[in-house]
Design a protein around this ligand. Sequence first.
Ligand SMILES: N[C@@H](CCC(=O)N[C@@H](CS)C(=O)NCC(=O)O)C(=O)O
Length: 216
Amino acid sequence: MSEIEIYSAVLCPFAHRSRLTLLEKGIPFKAIEIDLQNKPANFAEISPYGKVPVLKHGNNRVWESAIVNEYLDETFPEPPLLPKTPMQRAEARIWINFADTRLFATTGKLLYSRDPQPQTAVLQELAEHLQFIEHQGLAKMSDSGPYWLGKELSLVDLTFYPWFEQLAVLEHFRGFQLPPGLDRLKQWWETVAERESVRSIAKSPEFYLERYARLA
Ligand SMILES: N[C@@H](CCC(=O)N[C@@H](CS)C(=O)NCC(=O)O)C(=O)O
């Protein structure tokens, strides 16, 4: 097997997703930590968008975490991290897209944007995304649980989990509070947090708070 390298950053939830995918697949890899505040001079040659993660596999180079994860799932099929039928795969991809275009997009607005939209509206938007997940996602899809799509862990779990690991940052710096009644979501979070892969690279809330405080 050609050596796998992943350009990553410890605070980046997108890179976190792809490192979890590598770990779940049991693929040996080398993680190269990029200081995003002080990128290496040649980083544009490695990462066309100037972002992490970027995966290097032999002569192949792949970026965008959702695409990196599907590349890994296709290249290293065991254990599979997407379901089998086209419709189930479509559902998985719809949730992965929801993570990117809704949950993480709103989080980005809350943390970094100079958007004049009042922060209370953005906080509300974030709460609504979580309620949508609880009622339209987990309630309908994982009756057989304990994972998002049912009995088996999938890329959907690995895509969302990093957001939850960093929740303390939103609570502490932006006054966000999880809305009440997210019982399935909390149960799901606990289950995923127990995975060996997740535990092996998990960071504490204090770790994230200290790092974000340094950035601010
Ligand atoms: N859509 C991308 C997002 C990646 C991303 O935004 N990475 C951030 C860190 S979390 C980054 O590298 N930012 C550096 C920059 O924009 O200069 C993905 O899923 O991979």
